[in-house]
Structures are given as C-alpha cells and as structure tokens.
Ligand binder design. Structure first.
Ligand SMILES: Cc1cc2nc3c(=O)[nH]c(=O)nc-3n(C[C@H](O)[C@H](O)[C@H](O)COP(=O)(O)O)c2cc1C
Length: 311
C-alpha cells in the first residue's frame, strides 16, 4: 500500500504563510501545502507576498493561480519559477460569483475548450509542472465527463478534486461515488478533497477509495490541527489535546498577525474568522465563543480567548 500524503488546502484569508509556518512548526510537516490563489489578471508586486520563499521554508509549497488566459499566467509562472517553484496549481474550483462570472475558477468548468487553451498555453510554454484543483462540475456532478479528455491530453502532475459542484459552495454532501467514477478514468494521480474533519471521516473515505493516497484537507486541519498526526499514526487525539493544540496555534497566529498587521481592528478582523472553525471541537464553550465574537478591543479578545482555550 502507498503511504498517504496529506496536503494543506488553500483557504484564502486562513492558510496564509503565517498559518502554514505555525502549523508546520507545531504539528509536523505536511507533504505539501497549496497557496491561496494568486490572481493573474491584475499584476501587482504584492501578489507574491504570500509565496516569498523566505517566508515558506521547510515544506513544499505549491503556488496556485487563478485566471483564464495562459498569456496572463505565463509571466507569473516565470516569476514563480525564478523564486524556485517547480510546480504551479491551476484553480478550477473557486465557486464565488465574483470569480465565476468572469469565467475563472469553477466558472471555467462548463468550458472545456477554454481549459484546453489554457493548459495548451501553459504546458507548451512553461517548464514547470502543472497540477489542477477542480470541482466535479459547475452545476452538475457529471460535468467532469466533458472535461476528462482535455485533462487526459496533458501531462498534469496531479488532479485534486473537491467532490462538490460549484453550486454547492462548501455545503452539502461530498459526492464520493462521482469522485471515484472520475478518478477511475483520469490518467493522472488524483487527490481527494472535501469534508475530512475527523480520523473517522478519513478512515471511512480510505475504505471507500482504496486507490487514493493523496488527501487535501482545509477546514478540518484548522478545526483540529492534530488531524494530520491522527491520520499518520491512526491514533485519535483527545478533546483536551485538541484544545491545547488550538491554544498553541492561536497564540502563534495572534503573535504573527499582530506583528505584521497595522492596527488592532485589522488584527481582530483577521483572527475572528478562524473561530468559525476552531469552534468545531469546543463543545460546551458557546458562551465564551460569543464573547470572542463580540470583543472589540485586543484586551477583551485575548481574555475571551484565554477563557475558552486555557480554561
Ligand atoms: C474561506 C475559504 C477560502 C478558500 N480559498 C481557496 C483558494 O484560494 N483556492 C482554492 O483552490 N480553494 C479554496 N477554498 C477551497 C478549499 O481549498 C477546499 O477545497 C474546501 O474547503 C473543501 O475542503 P475542506 O472540506 O477540507 O475544507 C477555500 C475554501 C474556503 C472555505
């Protein structure tokens, strides 16, 4: 049996370099992490901030691009190659209307011809490896069928499939059967993504998908940073261990974000959204969680966090 590979998913606003470094330092090195998407149609030197090599040491980072023209992406790919990256991931999964309306992200899925042109342009002109992260379809869970011949025509290094349609956003069941059907016809290594929140979720999926050895996890690793270790060792962590892990992770994120962001409100606006995921394993702490949400000063925020995480 092949060893399982665990990847940190890209989550814009959450899994940035500060998160990735904190995660790796505290909980072990993932087999790879993918950067939240870099938009290629409005070039700006700040677009590389999250992937600067000096901020991403000690683990394999694969930068992800969002766009719909190879010509716009190629200068970005060249810049990333200059930085030392040897693989780039193409976003075909972002479901937000602001993105899909412009025929980017999952908005490209109903247009295999456009995807064909992008892959042709990228693979004929870039010297690095290209992987793809996609959904099963835009509105229907069988739209991948029309895309398959295109994907199979190119030497992609891997295809990561979030087993939902774009219309589902991040809710509802992940369609494991459609994922399996697609994986069976795909000529590339395949990675499963979607709703792995616990060791039991992972074990159930591993049973259903014995041919899969690559697993990408996003929200599940934020909610329980010990999940990667649980999967690697087969040992479930206790609620107390998870609470301690969240405390350590939160401390580092708060420190790093306080250093780099200007002003208390920016720091609080950055930190508070993490609690949507942290809350998952903190049953019985609803009152404390409400206080965190309502806090308006750093002092009130830290006090409320300590009551939940250290108490
Ligand atoms: C807030 C948020 C931001 C996201 N940003 C990105 C992104 O930049 N690129 C991408 O490919 N997927 C993005 N995703 C999707 C995740 O990478 C992942 O596919 C999805 O959350 C399902 O996996 P999970 O259930 O393990 O979280 C985002 C998801 C969320 C909830």
């Amino acid at each position: 049996m092949q060893e399982n590979k665990i990847y940190i998913a890209p989550l814009q606003g959450f899994t940035d370099y500060a998160f990735r470094a904190a995660f790796r330092g505290l909980f072990g090195t993932p087999d790879a992490a993918f950067s939240p998407f870099i938009e290629t149609h409005k070039p700006d030197s700040r677009m590389y901030r999250d992937v600067l090599p000096e901020k991403n040491q000690g683990y394999r980072l694969i930068p992800q691009l969002l766009g719909n023209e190879a010509d716009e992406m190629l200068p970005v790919v060249a810049e990333l190659q200059q930085m030392g990256y040897d693989e780039i991931n193409l976003n075909l999964g972002c479901p937000y209307p602001m993105v899909t309306r412009k025929t980017m992200g999952a908005g490209l899925l109903p247009h295999p011809d456009r995807i064909d042109r992008i892959l042709d342009g990228l693979l004929n002109n870039a010297t690095c490896r290209i992987s793809v992260k996609m959904r099963l379809g835009f509105a229907g869970n069988d739209e991948w069928k029309a895309l398959l011949p295109v994907l199979n025509r190119y030497p992609l290094s891997e295809v990561i499939v979030h087993g939902r349609t774009a219309s589902q956003m991040y809710k509802g069941d992940v369609d494991v059967a459609s994922f399996a059907a697609m994986a069976g016809q795909l000529a590339h290594p395949v990675c499963f993504n979607g709703n792995i929140f616990s060791l039991a979720d992972f074990e159930s999926l591993a049973d259903q998908l014995p041919f899969v050895s690559r697993w990408m996890i996003g929200r599940g690793l934020i909610a329980n940073p010990l999940l990667m270790q649980e999967i690697r060792t087969g040992q479930k962590a206790s609620d107390e261990e998870i609470r301690k892990a969240l405390d350590q992770l939160h401390d580092q994120l708060l420190y790093q974000n306080s250093q780099r962001l200007n002003g208390n409100s920016h720091v609080l606006n950055k930190m508070k959204p993490y609690w949507e995921y942290f809350a998952m394993w903190l049953a019985g702490k609803e009152k404390g969680l409400k206080k965190i949400k309502k806090s308006t000063t750093p002092e009130a925020y830290v006090m409320a966090c300590n009551a939940v995480l250290k108490g």
